[in-house]
Design a protein around this ligand. Structure first.
Ligand SMILES: [Zn+2]
Length: 312
């Protein structure tokens, strides 16, 4: 594959990734994807062994931070309005329901990649012991009632100590729009299993979505290189099985794919006017922001699953 005319970073900042689901190294090129922020290109490949789709040439764990244009600190201090907060709370309740109904009410829940901490805080407010975990410094955490721990998703994954709340092991974990961002999703899940977690709520973009074909490389949820693994229901099952979990519940629902993909397409096309229009369509902008917290009546943008330890 010739990359000569494409924007490339220093080779040392890129990895050659094997399949994040089965570890094979039999990539078949599916699409060359351009990052609408950095303009760099990445190869989305299909694993010839298991069919998983992933970025074959992602940034290294050390280099990937600079592809995230929204610093966690800025997100942390943006206070959303009351209507957005109410809509978001309903979204969280629906997302969490299949996890909470399966879990002992006393079992602590770890929110991995907690971001602004709103899910961990939602759980706490509803009487659940919760814990926020993310990569940023604890000084940015703004929920004094909820414990927070700084972790890394690279390397061997999480430890049992990372997953304890006041001396009690977390039994539940939430990975909401997180698993697609990590280099080794099966390893992260396996470390949760080893740390005593029995139930994991997963929400990831669904590359089996009906709009992936029509939108092509503009599909917003390609979002390279922030997204590294692209799941279907089948890929998620295989990934879970490798880590000692089975999929106990699985459905799909719609999020906005059209406004966000139009945003990505405009940025890919470039130009000052495109950037101006793109601001209104950006994923946190007025259009997609409202759409993203409402469950679409149709659509299958995301996979929504509960994984349960396979010995239970
Ligand atoms: Zn594979």
């Amino acid at each position: 594959m010739a990359h000569d005319s494409l924007v490339r970073p220093p080779a040392a900042d890129r990895l050659h990734a094997t399949c994040p689901v089965c570890d094979s190294d039999v990539p078949e090129l599916r699409l060359v994807l351009r990052d609408h922020q950095s303009d760099e290109t990445f190869a989305a490949v299909t694993c010839g062994t298991c069919g998983a789709v992933y970025l074959e040439d992602p940034p290294t764990p050390e280099a990937i931070g600079r592809y995230y244009d929204t610093p966690a600190g800025a997100q942390m201090h943006t206070k959303p309005g009351p209507l957005f907060t109410a809509m978001r709370d309903r979204r969280f309740a629906k997302d969490l329901e299949p996890l909470l109904t399966r879990l002992n009410p006393d079992a602590p829940i770890a929110d991995l990649g907690t971001g602004d901490g709103s899910v961990a805080e939602h759980l706490h407010r509803h009487g659940r012991a919760s814990l926020g975990l993310d990569v940023y410094d604890p000084s940015a955490w703004r929920h004094p009632d909820v414990p927070y721990r700084q972790i890394s998703f690279a390397g061997p994954g999480l430890s049992a100590e990372d997953l304890a709340v006041a001396g009690t092991q977390a039994r539940g974990a939430v990975m909401r729009h997180v698993l697609e961002h990590v280099h080794r999703p099966a390893d992260v899940l396996a470390s949760l299993r080893a740390g005593g977690v029995t139930h994991v709520l997963i929400i990831v973009p669904n590359i089996g979505s009906r709009l992936v074909g029509p939108l092509g490389s503009s599909w917003y949820y390609w979002d390279p290189p922030r997204h590294l693994t692209f799941f279907t229901a089948d890929t998620l099952r295989r990934c879970a099985a490798r880590a000692g979990f089975r999929v106990a519940a699985l459905d799909t629902y719609g999020l906005d794919e059209l406004a966000t993909s139009a945003h990505r397409a405009l940025l890919l096309r470039g130009g000052a006017r495109a950037h101006k229009i793109a601001r209104a369509l950006r994923p946190t902008g007025p259009i997609a922001g409202a759409a993203s917290v409402l469950q679409g009546p149709v659509g299958d943008t995301v996979l929504h699953a509960v994984l349960v330890a396979d010995d239970r």
